[in-house]
Structure formats: structure tokens, C-alpha cells
Design a protein around this ligand. Structure first.
Ligand SMILES: [Zn+2]
Length: 414
């Protein structure tokens, strides 16, 4: 793994700015992890590492706005939280490599049973450990009997939610996760509202005071309406959202993170409790249709997969983007959902450089593709190169390490 964060890419085509506009360049210069120059000229290297691209395409690194690195995509995913800290931290490391291999350079981790992902985030964000940049929520905040109550931080009433949010912020959370409805992967009805407006509003006020954004898990209309009324920043999933919800999102400037591919493997059913499969099959068609409606309505969408949950391993972001493209987005719009739009959700209050956008002054998180992914997203299935914070990732090393640690992890998890 390269330790330097200075780099010059030579002779490629950059997909730049908000619109991902193609711009041929002679030199893309990175200094201290930030893009400092994009020019037709051949800038003198003067000892800086160089990579010849021979006309390859460079775009912002992909961002998955909804993952769980502290899960292992097993059929009964939450049992992972009963495992030893050693196995769980190895799993985070493994998931980080899976993300890098898929061209994912930033993630929002929306929930763990304790501080595991906050510790992991501290290591990768400081450059000590190879992996994507991580903005983590710590523990999700839920009501008594609510979604993920077995492992989340239970809080009832505005004061307790306020305290629960403060706890996550004090532990280093870069995003806050609140449960506004039931869930599909846990017992109970995903349609029922859970934390109410006063509770959500108290939590959101605390997070916003610290410059931290808030994500609400919300599937059904009333819970979505509550979360938006309380001032949330992103709605996660929204499987059963109605037209009014989409209008509310647009009016309030709320971003939707659909995670629509998460249900595909659950509905396939291998090794998953029958009740969850039935619930997922029923939900899947509605979910796909509501995502298509959100796209048609012009809701601001950022890409997320809920990876880590049942049979939904880290790295499936391309399938999510393909889903958006099949439901009304152009390939460019799908790429924007995983770059420029997603980038606004993963930037922390203490960071100056924009993320998820290829412009001078932005953080140098990049993906290199042999052809233009705006013509065919599939080219990103295996990126030709990945740069995180100006460091060129050794994808060969990533591949070899994955091959070596996977049998060990399988043994340790058994
Ligand atoms: Zn999730």
C-alpha cells in the first residue's frame, strides 16, 4: 500500500464537476491528498509517483451511503454481533478490502452494536489501515421494542434520544441514525411509525448542533412524514413511500438513500427465516415501484446498499446503480447518485475538501476505468485503479489478501 498522498495521473479523461463532464487531461496532480491541478500540460513530476493512463477514464471514487461493515452478510446477520471483538474487527478489515476492490472510496456506516465501526473508522481515516474513508453512526437509536432494539441504543422520549445522540457524538460518530419505522429484517411490521416527531426532533437538534447529519430509517408514509417534519437529512429505504412523501422530500431538500437491492438476496431465501423471506418478497415489488416513482418525481437520490445485511455483501454498489438505471435514471445520473450527491452526505464538518467530485480542491478519491462508465456501468465491476486520499491502492495486494484471509475468517466465524 502506497504511503504517499502525492500523485500524478497522466493522459486520461476526467469526468469532472457536478455533471461528470468528460475532460481530457495531460496531468491530474494530487498534493497531500487533494487535487491541485487538472491540465492539458505535462506537469514536471520532480519525484512524485506517476501513473500513465493511456486514455483511461478517471471519475470520483464511488460512495456507498448505507453499509454495515460490522456485519458479515450472513443469513442471520445480527448474530455476528455475538461474535468476539477479534472476529468482528477482522470482518471490518475484510469489508474494507471488498469495498476498495469495488472502487468504493467512502462509506457511511449506519449502525453497529457498539463502538466497533467508530474504532475502525478512526484507523482507516488516519491512513493506518487500508480501506475506504468511513463516516460511522456508532449505535443506531431506536425505541423500546423498535427496529434493531436487540442491539441498538434504546431511547424513549426526547430527553433520552438527546442523551443517546450525545453518546454517539462523544464516541466519534460522523452521522446519526434514528429508527422512524419498523424494519424488514427484524420481527414486526415495517409500516408502523416508531420514534415520534418530538423524539426525532430532539435527536436531530443535538446532531445538527455538532454539524453532523442525521439518517432516518423509514419505510412507510407516516414514519417518513414524521422524520421529514422533524428535520432529518436523509431517509433510508422508503420501501412503501407514497407520492406525498416524495413531494415532502423535494420540498424539504431531503435526500433519499433507497438501498433497493438489499431485498433481492433475502427474497431468494437461502437459509433465511421463512417469515423474513415472505415479508421481503411482498415488499420487493412495492419497493422497486416506489423507487422508480421517486426517480420520476425528481427526488434527490444518493446510492446505498445496506450491505452487510443478509446475503448482501459489501461491494454490491454497482447492482444498486444498475437498478436505478433500469428504473429511469441515465447511467450518468446513477453515477452522480454514487459520487457528487453521495459526497455531500459523507463530508464531515471538520473537513475542508469536497468529496465525491473531481475538481481542483477536492479530496483525491478516484476510480480509474478502462472505458467510459457513462456508456456502460458494467465497466466498473472491476475498476482498473483506485485512489484514496491521493494514495494509489495496490489492487493486486487487495486481491491476494482477500484470498488469504477469507478461509481464516470463515473458520473463525464458524
Ligand atoms: Zn441498514
Amino acid at each position: 500500500m502506497s504511503r504517499t498522498s502525492d500523485l500524478i495521473l497522466r493522459n486520461g479523461i476526467a469526468l469532472t464537476g457536478e455533471e461528470l463532464k468528460a475532460e481530457p487531461f495531460g496531468s491530474l496532480v494530487v498534493r497531500a491528498g487533494v487535487i491541485t491541478e487538472l491540465t492539458a500540460d505535462q506537469v514536471s513530476a520532480d519525484g512524485t509517483p506517476e501513473v500513465e493512463l493511456n486514455g483511461a477514464v478517471v471519475l470520483p471514487g464511488l460512495i456507498d451511503c448505507h453499509v454495515h461493515f460490522d456485519l458479515a452478510a450472513h443469513a442471520a446477520p445480527y448474530l455476528h454481533w455475538e461474535r468476539t471483538p477479534f472476529v468482528r474487527s477482522m470482518t471490518c478489515f475484510h469489508n474494507g478490502l471488498l469495498a476498495l476492490r469495488a472502487g468504493i472510496t467512502s462509506v457511511r456506516d449506519l449502525g453497529s452494536a457498539d463502538r466497533m465501526t467508530l474504532h475502525y473508522a478512526a484507523e482507516v481515516n488516519s491512513g493506518e489501515l487500508p480501506g475506504p474513508r468511513v463516516v460511522a453512526a456508532g449505535r443506531p437509536i431506536t425505541m423500546t421494542g423498535g427496529h434493531c432494539a436487540d442491539y441498538g441504543r434504546i431511547a424513549d422520549g426526547p430527553d433520552e434520544v438527546r442523551l443517546a445522540v450525545r453518546e454517539q457524538l462523544a464516541a466519534g460518530a460522523g452521522v446519526v441514525k434514528l429508527m422512524a419505522t419498523g424494519g424488514i429484517s427484524t420481527p414486526g411490521n415495517p409500516g408502523v411509525p416508531q420514534l415520534g416527531i418530538p423524539e426525532l426532533a430532539a435527536g436531530i437538534e443535538e446532531a445538527h448542533k455538532a454539524g453532523v447529519l442525521v439518517a432516518a430509517h423509514a419505510h412507510a408514509p407516516q414514519g417518513i412524514t414524521n422524520a421529514i417534519a422533524a428535520g432529518v437529512d436523509t431517509i433510508e429505504h422508503a420501501a412503501f413511500a407514497d407520492d406525498d412523501n416524495h413531494k415532502q422530500m423535494i420540498d424539504a431538500g431531503v435526500t433519499l438513500v433507497p438501498t433497493v437491492t438489499a431485498l433481492n438476496p433475502i427474497a431468494a431465501g437461502i437459509g433465511i427465516p421463512a417469515a423474513t423471506v415472505a415479508k421481503s418478497l411482498k415488499a420487493r415489488e412495492v419497493y422497486r415501484a416506489s423507487t422508480a416513482k421517486a426517480i420520476a418525481a425528481g427526488v434527490r437520490i444518493a446510492a446505498g446498499t445496506d450491505a452487510g445485511t443478509a446475503l448482501n455483501p459489501i461491494g454490491g454498489l454497482l447492482d444498486e446503480l444498475t437498478m436505478y438505471a433500469e428504473r429511469g435514471m441515465t447511467a450518468t445520473e446513477a453515477l452522480r447518485a454514487a459520487t457528487v450527491t453521495a459526497g455531500t452526505l459523507v463530508r464531515r464538518a471538520d473537513e475542508d475538501a469536497p468529496i465525491g467530485i473531481l475538481v481542483v480542491g477536492a479530496r483525491a478519491d478516484l476510480v480509474i476505468a478502462e472505458q467510459d462508465p457513462r456508456q456502460d456501468l458494467e465497466i466498473l465491476r472491476r475498476p482498473a485503479g483506485v485512489v484514496t486520499g491521493g494514495r494509489l491502492v495496490d489492487l493486486g495486494w487487495v486481491e491476494r489478501t482477500l484470498t488469504e484471509i477469507e478461509p481464516v475468517l470463515a473458520e473463525a466465524r464458524a
